[in-house]
Design a protein around this ligand. Structure first.
Ligand SMILES: NC(=O)c1ccc[n+]([C@@H]2O[C@H](COP(=O)([O-])OP(=O)(O)OC[C@H]3O[C@@H](n4cnc5c(N)ncnc54)[C@H](O)[C@@H]3O)[C@@H](O)[C@H]2O)c1
Length: 326
């Protein structure tokens, strides 16, 4: 949909995935504008330092219709990543999660429609819900978490924006594509993100216990952020992807107990592995699925994408960032 030298607007562009997408888009000769309200803690100076000023950062919200309209008009296409991310943050701020997720999605998609700009919506495997299936395909039925519990607000907001993007594509010809990301990790994702891999790697390097929530039998895959960004770029660039919805995820399925062991061994750490009940800050454990693994056949067929980096490389790349430089 977009040529490599196009000017891309990345909402949530100061965040973990957005910053890697910006690097990749700049590296291929494109121009980048980032829209981020910095609510997840990034600093404008750090963003400027990282991109050498080559990406323009606009500090503002996707809820600001005037600003979003102006930025969409001035750019060639949009990658919409802005969201409240992380289970603990979602459980603490369910109303903001819904507002940014649903209204933010409406504002971005309305602007893309008004200016006829291609748009990539970044969604999440959380939409598959807490029921464990085998391997998730894009057209599988979805399960919802009760609104009595806060965690479900994230999936509802993601599902809303996915649905709206595809409906606008069908009804009004909006050039939209949706990526459903499974767990993605890599450099720049600090332990404060609450994500399990940076937590384990940080603890293993500090000689502190690796804390596994629950019995450690939950199974996941992890995608290296550079692989995930490659998938996003293909979906943004290829005409064949338009109007589609695609899983994007890793390939090495692993239980959380085995992951803790792998991190400890790979980093030569003497840290203990400790099993603890799921902290209440993470909401009701029933809302967390036992197994979440993507079927990647659809994206492989459409744009030839497959993850290339294994779990060991992912652990090494995370550790390289945490180790003090010599
Ligand atoms: N990291 C993962 O494993 C994963 C998995 C599935 C989906 N995703 C999705 O990928 C996208 C990026 O996630 P991430 O891991 O980089 O998280 P992140 O928190 O690092 O990035 C999200 C960014 O959005 C910004 N933001 C929040 N509210 C905003 C608003 N109102 N206006 C403008 N910016 C706002 C935050 O400041 C942050 O920089 C999100 O849409 C997330 O739902 C991530």
């Amino acid at each position: 949909m977009l040529p490599p030298t196009a000017h891309l607007l990345i909402t949530g562009g100061a965040g973990f995935l957005g910053s890697h997408l910006a690097d990749r888009w700049l590296a291929q000769g494109g121009a980048v504008t980032l829209l981020d309200d910095l609510s997840a803690g990034a600093s404008a100076d750090a963003v400027d330092a990282r991109t050498g000023g080559r990406a323009r950062l606009v500090v503002g919200s996707v809820l600001d219709e005037g600003l979003v309209g102006e930025l969409v008009a001035r750019t060639d296409g949009v990658a919409h990543l802005a969201a409240v991310v992380g289970v603990e943050r979602v459980v603490r701020e369910p109303a903001r999660t819904l507002e940014v997720g649903t209204r933010g999605g409406q504002v971005v998609l309305a602007a893309a429609l008004a200016h006829r700009r291609p748009v990539l919506v970044v969604s999440s495997s959380e939409v598959y819900g807490p029921e464990s299936s085998g391997t998730y395909c894009e057209d599988d039925p979805l399960a919802l978490v009760s609104p009595e519990r806060a965690r479900g607000t994230y999936a509802v907001s993601k599902l809303h924006t996915e649905s709206l993007a595809l409906a606008l594509h069908r009804e009004r010809g909006l050039p939209a594509v949706v990526a459903r990301l499974f767990n993605t990790s890599g450099p720049r994702q600090g332990p404060a993100s609450g994500m399990v891999l940076p937590r384990f790697v940080g603890a293993a390097l500090a000689g502190e216990p690796l804390v596994v929530h629950g019995d450690g039998s939950q199974r996941r895959v992890f995608c290296h952020v550079l692989d995930a960004v490659d998938a996003l770029v293909r979906l943004l660039s290829r005409q064949e992807a338009r109007g589609g919805l695609f899983n994007v995820g890793g390939r090495d399925e692993v239980s959380m107990a085995a992951l803790a062991e792998l991190v400890r061994e790979r980093l030569g750490s003497a840290s203990q592995i400790r099993f603890c009940p799921v902290p209440k800050e993470r909401g009701d454990p029933r809302d967390d699925t036992r197994r979440r693994v993507p079927d990647l056949a659809r994206i492989r067929r459409a744009v030839g994408w497959e993850p290339t980096r294994d779990l060991g490389a992912l652990v090494e790349d995370l550790a390289a960032e945490f180790r003090p430089s010599r």
